[in-house]
Design a protein around this ligand. Structure first.
Ligand code: PMV
Length: 345
């Protein structure tokens, strides 16, 4: 039996990936910040079996709802790395945050699983890839399970998708862009305000496919490239106002695209809007914070480390009451995956 365990973080996109091309390539480039406290830890035991190349159990459950997604990724990876076909994989896994609520559990979960699989395949083949090679391979492979997962393999800020702005940027895997980040943003904070833990109404695979016939698709493509350029410039100049305006524009664009897709889903809750209005009002009053959203009702509030005390006081005093059972995850920019063993939650 071979064993691997990895802890991999979630990430929050500042410029959103929404819509994809064949081959699990993104329609537009995206930029994200890797988180620190919002992570998945996964331990995989690979048992040699006839007819392997499949997931046996997930937390002891052979019928776990997340298993299909893992099997899909595993099948793709087994075609690339045939050694994996010798094994059945049993997973023990846990998240540090509630799943399916707009905090990207698929990003952390699938990147952690991919790292375990690549480590096991390497052990089976007697290889020891260096850390950079391991992360690039895992980024390449994990995007087959969930596009945004490929950005979780690197600490700091990451770009995925073709753009002339970042040397080496590709749709096949993500690349870190930390050399271009102003010191004041290197430990940007992200307070995740959990408005609702009800599983999200729109699976992102459905949302991506709805973009194919979306009447605003071509305009979105142009806008995403422009916003990426603004975001990269703001991150490198240390310009909080510019970063705030482009991040909020991206969040509202994502939800506008969702609302105007076939099916017309509204994923924001009244509390989401209340928080957004209070954040924008506080910023006009001089408090340096801004919001972004994933495809769900929860709100990510971003602010520089230098201002964390007044901002967190504002969050606790003015925004806590909008959160489900007062739930807030105070997170920040993180350093990427680690293989330091599985710890019982
Ligand atoms: O990785 P997916 O297929 O779950 O898509 C994620 C898309 C968003 O989270 C809404 C945006 C992003 O870039 O992370």
């Amino acid at each position: 039996m071979l064993v691997a365990s990895w802890r991999s973080p979630s990430n929050i996109a500042l410029v959103k990936y929404w819509g994809k091309l064949d081959g699990q390539l993104p329609a537009n480039p995206s930029l994200s910040m890797t988180l620190d406290k919002a992570f998945t830890q996964t331990r995989v035991e690979a048992v040699t079996t006839q007819g392997g190349g499949r997931v046996g159990t997930l937390n002891g459950d052979p019928e776990h709802p997340f298993k299909a997604k893992l099997d899909q990724l595993l099948q793709w990876l087994t075609a690339e790395v045939p050694q994996l076909g010798m094994f059945t994989f049993n997973l023990t896994t846990s998240n540090s945050f509630p799943h399916s609520t707009g905090i990207a559990s698929s990003a952390s979960g699938l990147s952690a699983f991919t790292l375990c699989l690549i480590e096991i395949a390497s052990k089976a083949a007697g290889l020891t890839p260096d850390q950079d090679m391991l992360m690039q391979m895992a980024s390449f492979a994990s995007r087959m399970g969930s596009g945004s997962a490929c950005r979780s393999l690197f600490g700091g800020f990451t770009v995925w998708g073709e753009t002339g702005l970042v040397p080496g940027a590709s749709g096949l895997f993500a690349v870190p862009v930390n050399g271009q980040i102003h010191p004041s943003f290197r430990n940007l904070h992200d307070a995740i305000l959990v408005v609702s833990t009800v599983p999200k109404a729109l699976p992102s695979s459905r949302g991506h496919s709805l973009m194919k016939a979306h009447p605003f698709a071509s305009a979105r493509l142009v806008q995403a490239h422009t916003n990426l350029a603004t975001c990269v410039a703001a991150l490198s100049d240390g310009d909080t106002e510019k970063l705030a305006s482009v991040c909020e524009n991206e969040a509202l664009t994502l939800h506008s695209l969702i609302m105007t897709s076939g099916g017309g889903q509204v994923l924001m809750e009244p509390a989401t809007i209340s928080i957004i209005k209070r954040v924008q009002y506080a910023r006009r009053g001089g408090l340096p914070l801004f919001f972004t959203l994933d495809a769900g009702p929860n709100v990510h509030l971003l602010y520089p480390q230098s201002d964390h005390e007044p901002v967190e006081a504002f969050i606790r005093n003015e925004l806590l009451s909008f959160c489900e059972q007062g739930k807030i995850i105070f997170d920040q920019c993180g350093s990427g995956p680690s293989s330091n063993g599985y710890h019982q939650p």
